[in-house]
Every structure is written in structure tokens, then in C-alpha cells.
Design a protein around this ligand. Structure first.
Ligand SMILES: [Zn+2]
Length: 303
């Protein structure tokens, strides 16, 4: 298995901790380097959230899904990441953030963007139409430690996240590695401090240290006794389709659609989550218009 966008699940520290490792630079470049996301700070905040979601993929099973929402103090200032057990990850900023000037955003630090009224909301879809929702505040204002705070508060599970993202001069992600550790029942006192100390070395890893097969050595470099559980792939995947975006075509109105047909121009609808453009040909638009026009003599639509 190639090591691009790889999630490794292990047991460590004599089986007292579950530790997950992810390398997801490729995935982050797809999710965060869209033309619509112009602010460096926003790319970084989204990158941290999407990396956390990538790690959380390793805690899901069967058809479980999980959605993360990070909300800053400013009105409408929120960003999102979703993941499922198959490692499909997507992430996107709310419209209000995309509308803000990137220069204004980049004058802020991450703690300033989150502010004193930020919160994290996590919705876990556990199947059979059941979901569990939890919300906590963000006392650390840095996402990563706030997520650990979430798991301590909401799930009473001692948890630690460490995520390192490094950008090149063109704002592309060069290195992205993350670690999530959870203590298992009966873990010795002070173990979490030792885990936290070990993950402080994450920013010291060079791109070569996490590239290709070298990434499989990272768990062993940070911890002495690693028991390998399994490896999984994580990938950027939105799940949008032309069929799902077809209702947005209606929003353009019959006038504009008819004009597009007359000019023989296709119409492009862009998914606001992943930025992918879905193209509707003039023939497809004509079909849509004909389908929506009531046949002569049929009853008029209800008012
Ligand atoms: Zn999409």
C-alpha cells in the first residue's frame, strides 16, 4: 500500500494506549487548496480540522460517520469536516468565511479567529438513524488541544492530539502528520504526559521522514513499543453528484436556462463543499425545462 494519505492504528505503551498516526498532505492539498479558499489562516484552520477528522476515521466502524464543526466567535465564522469509516474525508469553510477578505483574515492569529466564544460540535452518526451530538467550548483556542478537551469532557476519555502541518512558499502543504492518542482503562498515571512529550517531536520530522515507506517508521521513532493493528487509506471524497446539484439549476430560473439553451451554452454548477464543477449540457437543460412545463390541458399547479 502506498503511504500517501495513510492512517496507521497501533496499540502502544504496553497496550495501555490506542495511538493513531496519519500522513495526509495529499488529502489536505485537495481539500484546502481550492481557489475559493484564499486565506492562509483559513487553510491552516481547515487543515487542522480535516487532519483531526482523518485521525477520527480510525475510531469508526461499519457505516458510522462523524461530523466536526468548529465555530469561531464572529458571526457566521464556522468550518466543517466530515468523515466516514471508509476514510472518506471532506472539509469546507462556511460561506461567511469565504466572503471575508483574505487580507483581513490573515491579519488574525488562530486564537483570535476562534475568540473567547468558540465551540466545537461533534455529531457521530452511529447507524440505524441514531446520532450522538456533543458540544464543548474551546479554552485553548487552537483546535487541537480543544478537541482533546472535547473528548475529556464529553466522553470522559483521556485524549491527546498532535498535528503538524507545514506549507511551502506557494502555500501548498509540504508535510502533514497527525497523532491521536487515547488511554485505555487502567492506564498508569503520568502516561499521557509521556505521550504528550513524545509527540512534541512531530515538527522535527522532515518531509523525507514522512514520505513514502519512511512514514511507517514514525510510530517507532516516537514510541518504544508499538503493536501494529492495521493500516487504512484516507481520501478526499465529497460524494456530490450532478443529480444532487440538479435542484440548484432550478434556482437559476426558466429565463436564464432558456437563454443558455438558445446560445447553446452549457451551465456549470459548482459544489460549494468540494469546489467541483458539474456541467449540464444544453440538451440536459432542455430536457429539464420540458419536464417542468405542464402539458397543454393539464391542471394548473396549486397556488
Ligand atoms: Zn462536492
Amino acid at each position: 500500500m502506498s503511504t500517501a494519505n495513510l492512517l496507521i492504528r497501533t496499540l502502544a505503551c504496553s497496550g495501555q494506549a490506542r495511538i493513531l498516526f496519519v500522513q495526509n498532505a495529499d488529502l489536505l492539498n485537495t481539500v484546502c487548496n481550492r481557489p475559493a479558499i484564499r486565506s492562509r489562516l483559513l487553510r491552516y484552520a481547515l487543515g487542522l480540522t480535516v487532519s483531526a477528522a482523518s485521525l477520527l476515521a480510525g475510531t469508526l466502524k461499519d457505516r458510522q460517520r462523524l461530523s466536526l464543526k468548529v465555530k469561531g466567535s464572529r458571526p457566521g465564522c464556522a468550518w466543517f469536516a466530515d468523515v466516514d469509516a471508509a476514510g472518506n474525508v471532506r472539509g469546507y469553510p462556511g460561506e461567511a468565511l469565504l466572503d471575508m477578505s483574505p487580507e483581513d483574515l490573515d491579519r488574525l492569529s488562530l486564537p483570535q479567529l476562534i475568540g473567547d466564544r468558540g465551540f466545537i460540535q461533534l455529531v457521530k452518526d452511529v447507524g440505524m438513524y441514531r446520532s450522538v451530538t456533543g458540544i464543548t467550548d474551546m479554552p485553548h483556542r487552537n483546535i487541537v488541544d480543544d478537541l482533546a478537551h472535547y473528548f475529556r469532557q464529553s466522553e470522559q476519555t483521556p485524549t491527546h492530539f498532535a498535528i503538524h502541518i507545514d506549507f511551502d512558499e506557494n502555500s501548498r502543504v509540504r508535510t502533514a502528520v497527525g497523532v491521536m492518542a487515547q488511554l485505555l482503562p487502567g492506564a498508569t498515571e503520568g502516561l499521557m504526559d509521556r505521550i504528550r512529550e513524545a509527540t512534541r517531536r512531530l515538527p522535527d520530522l522532515s518531509p523525507a521522514d514522512v514520505d513514502g515507506d519512511a512514514f511507517r517508521q514514525v510510530p517507532h521513532r516516537l514510541f518504544h513499543d508499538i503493536e501494529w493493528l492495521d493500516e487504512r487509506r484516507v481520501q478526499a471524497y465529497c460524494g456530490c453528484s450532478k443529480e444532487m446539484l440538479r435542484p440548484m439549476l432550478h434556482a437559476l430560473g426558466p429565463g436564464e436556462l432558456t437563454a443558455a439553451c438558445e446560445r447553446n451554452h452549457p451551465v456549470e454548477i459548482v459544489c460549494r463543499i468540494c469546489g467541483q464543477a458539474h456541467v449540464f449540457t444544453p440538451d440536459e437543460i432542455r430536457e429539464l425545462l420540458t419536464r417542468d412545463t405542464p402539458a397543454p390541458g393539464s391542471a394548473p399547479p396549486a397556488p
